[in-house]
Design a protein around this ligand. Sequence first.
Ligand code: ADP
Length: 292
Amino acid sequence: MNTNTNTNTKPKTKNNTKRVVIKVGSAVLTDNNNIAKERMLNLVSMISGLRKTYDVILVTSGAVAAGYSTLKLDKSKQIGKKALAAAGQPILMTAYKKKFDIYDIDTAQILLTEDDFDSRKRTKMFQEIIDAHLTHDILPIVNENDITSTPEQQFGDNDQLSAVVAHATNAEILVILSDIDGYFDKNPHEYQDAKIFKTMSKIPEQALLDESTPNNSFATGGIVTKLKAANFLIRHGRKMLLCNGFDLSAAESFLLENKHTLGTLFLPEEEAKKSSESASKKSAENAIKKES
Ligand code: ADP
C-alpha cells in the first residue's frame, strides 16, 4: 500500500468519543447471490448500539453481489464486474438505508480508490469529509469505487482500504467481520484441527505472500489481505480485531465490555508486551492470594 495517511492534523472527534471502523465482507453480507438481509440487520443493530460509545465508520463490500441479484453478468470479466458493481451500489445502499432508518441513523456514501490517499492534501480532504459527517452524527459508509477506476488506482479489496481508512481517521481499532472466528494456523474451512491465534503482534513474512484464498465467489481478499491490513495497522501503532460476522458477540463484547472472548486481536508489539506483562502480574497476584 503506497498511501499518504499522515495523521498530523488530528481529526476532531465529536464529544471526544473514540472512533471505530467496522469492515464487513461479502462472505457475511451475501447469501445465495443475494444480500443476506438478516445479517445486515444484525450488523446495523450492533452499529446502533456502538454509536453510544464510539463514532462509527462502516466499510462495506457487497455491491457486486447485490448487482448480481438483478443483472446476471460474468463477474470474472472486468467490465461485467464493474457493471455489476454500478448496478449493485444503489441496491446495497437502499438495503442499508431501510435498516438504518429503523434506528433513525442517517448515512452517507463515500466511494474511494487508493488514489484518494496519494497526497497529504487528498488525505486531509477525506479526513475533513469524515469529520463533517461524524460531527453531524451521520454514519459514513465507505466502499471501493471500482466502477470507473483502473486496476492501478484500486486497493483491490476492502480489507486494505479499511485499514487505510482506520489510520487516516485516527480510529482506535479496525474490526473486520468475516465468516471465520479469526486467523488460524491453517484454513479452518479445510482443516478441522486448525488452531486460532488469540493475539498476534508480528505477522510472518511468508503469510503476507501467500495466494489469496477467498471463501465466497464474491469475495476478493481471503485471509492474505486481512493480514496485510493488520500488518499496516500494527506498523502504524493501531489495533485490529478479526472476528465472526455471523455471530457478532465477539465484536460486541470486545468493543463494549473490553472482553476478548473470541477473534484474533492484532496488536502493535509494544501493546502486546504491556498486556502480557499485566496478565502475568495478575496471575502472580492471584497465586499469592491463594497461598495466603
Ligand atoms: P470476506 O468476504 O469476509 O472478506 P474472504 O472469503 O475473503 O472473506 O476471507 C475469509 C476466508 O479466508 C475464510 O472463509 C477462509 O476460507 C479463508 N482462509 C484461508 N486461510 C485462512 C486462515 N489461516 N485463517 C482463517 N481463514 C482462512
